[in-house]
Design a protein around this ligand. Structure first.
Ligand SMILES: Nc1ncnc2c1ncn2[C@@H]1O[C@H](COP(=O)(O)OP(=O)(O)OP(=O)(O)O)[C@@H](O)[C@H]1O
Ligand SMILES: [Mg+2]
Length: 484
């Protein structure tokens, strides 16, 4: 029997009276490779923190039997030393100021892999990582000797690394054998079976209802016939016997109809598949802009201190286009965005341009506001409208009163995007807007970008997302901006 690493017993976790998790018993064994999946806010990070002991359950017990390493979703790197060899391999320096998003992730990974642990608890390790970074992660974990518990929205990563899936749905954890693709296939099968069973149920119900109905109708007919015959009873006294038998026939029919109704009640009801309300990002009034090239760069050089990131680069951004900016970690994508926002040297930006920005790290909230206050304080719309906007982003009920600081990664990103999209802009700069987003939220964002009338520049490492929305792609490579 393999050793148990973690064990959850009768665990309940509540926030603001809402039950986030309820687990009778679950265990992580020695060589388990578990992928935790679920929608944004489902409770994945909460579960990982419960295992790690960084938070305590509202009820129940978590037993820990091994030494483990932890990679947390939104934490900046701490001061832990990392193996210089690993740092070199990942092209990152220990504790330099102002590490890029991807470099921070690389540093956290180097810290994690510096020591051997019997178990690793890892939450969204591919955040900000370029392809090379992801390959490194996969190499480290593919042959890792120990128990792995991994949260990721990246299906390719899950497919490579895990052999079972814990799905969090409505506070419950459902365990599936296999990797992510196998899990999806099983879910598909479950859906098909449920929908078949539901149809079967409806058919059977209506068949029984009809039968009961017919029996009742026949009973009524007999009743009518018998009252007729009563009127004639004097004339036809000799038919007494027949009337009586009609009366009993009618009762029997009524009883049969009752029995059928009873069977209908006893039928095992199978619910229809719940189609979820799609998430929708609202587009607010957009300011006019007519300049054919609202942003033009003429031989610009972009540097941070003495480090040159872009050298002698010229480009034009065409009105209304959706443009992906790509490049490896630390190549200068975010810095280029800052340069545009600051209207740096060599840039010609249309005077009517109103630029709205989504910052890469904006999931770090610092204020004490609630979700609703956060939007109210940053937009001029009335509360009713904001509530409906939040509703279409799946912030409902008590979620509006949640502190922004306690939002899950995906919820935080959604809220920031919401705020940005309510502003009056005609050019948007989005720095890695898909981080942490679940598939429905990514699709909603894709729809928003495609239908946006203004110009959008966005940074992303997500190939699928780029393919779905970009009209053009600019890649930063060797200090140049290459149009692909
Ligand atoms: N301290 C807290 N107070 C109130 N609510 C909280 C707190 N921490 C988490 N929550 C809520 O609990 C739910 C689960 O959060 P969790 O971070 O576990 O989600 P997640 O599955 O990791 O989501 P994501 O995919 O976005 O990272 C969310 O709705 C979140 O807003
Ligand atoms: Mg999370």
């Amino acid at each position: 029997m393999e050793q148990i690493c973690f064990e959850l017993e009768n665990v309940e976790m509540n926030y603001l009276d809402k039950e986030i998790l309820k687990i009778d018993r679950l265990a992580v064994h020695q060589f388990d490779r578990i992928g935790i999946v679920g929608k944004n806010g489902a409770g994945k990070s909460t579960l990982l923190k419960l295992l790690a002991g960084t938070i305590q359950p509202s009820q129940g017990k978590v037993n820990r039997h091994v030494d483990f390493g932890c990679f947390e979703q939104v934490e900046a790197p701490n001061a832990d030393e990392a193996d210089p060899k690993l740092l070199g391999k990942l092209h990152v320096e220990q504790q330099r100021e102002g590490l890029s998003g991807g470099e921070q992730t690389r540093l956290k990974l180097a810290q994690l892999f510096t020591h051997y642990y019997e178990c690793l608890l890892i939450d969204e390790p591919t955040t900000h990582l370029d392809q090379e970074g992801i390959s490194y992660l996969l190499d480290e974990l593919r042959y890792y000797y120990g128990a792995l518990v991994l949260i990721s929205h990246d299906r390719a990563v899950l497919d490579e690394l895990v052999t079972s899936i814990w799905e969090i749905d409505d506070g419950k954890i459902n365990v599936y054998a296999g990797n992510y693709s196998e899990y999806i296939a099983q879910k598909q099968l479950e859906r098909e079976q449920q929908s078949q069973a539901h149809e079967q149920y409806l058919k059977e119900k209506s068949r029984l209802e009809k039968a009961a109905d017919e029996k009742m109708k026949t009973a009524e007919k007999i009743a009518k016939a018998s009252s007729m015959s009563k009127k004639e009873s004097k004339a036809k006294a000799n038919r007494m016997f027949e009337t009586k038998s009609k009366g009993t026939g009618q009762k029997a029919l009524q009883r049969a109809a009752k029995a059928i109704e009873h069977r209908i009640e006893k039928l095992h009801a199978v619910d229809a598949i719940q189609e979820e309300r799609p998430i929708v990002f609202h587009q607010s009034s957009r300011l006019e802009l007519h300049n054919k090239f609202p942003i033009m760069a003429d031989r610009i050089t972009v540097r941070i201190e003495e480090k040159v990131l872009l050298e002698d680069v010229s480009f034009q951004i065409t009105l209304g286009k959706k443009i992906a900016v790509t490049g490896s970690n630390g190549s200068g994508k975010s810095t280029l965005f800052h340069y545009i926002v600051d209207r740096g040297n060599g840039l010609t930006i249309s005077p009517k341009a109103k630029i709205g920005v989504f910052q890469q790290m904006s999931y770090h909230f610092v204020t004490d506001e609630t979700v609703l206050q956060f939007l109210k304080n940053r937009s001029s719309y009335d509360e009713g409208f904001l509530r409906s906007v939040l509703h279409s982003m799946r912030f409902v009920g008590t979620a509006l009163q949640k502190k922004v600081r306690s939002l899950s990664g995906g919820e935080a990103i959604r809220l920031q995007l919401c705020k940005l999209f309510l502003g009056d802009y005609n050019i948007l700069l989005l720095d890695e807007p898909t981080n942490f987003l679940d598939i429905q939220a990514i699709q909603a964002l894709e729809n928003f970008i495609k239908s946006y009338k203004g110009t959008i520049l966005f940074i992303s490492h997500d190939k699928q997302f780029i393919a779905n929305v970009a009209d053009e792609e600019f890649q930063i490579l060797n200090k140049k901006l290459i149009q692909k």
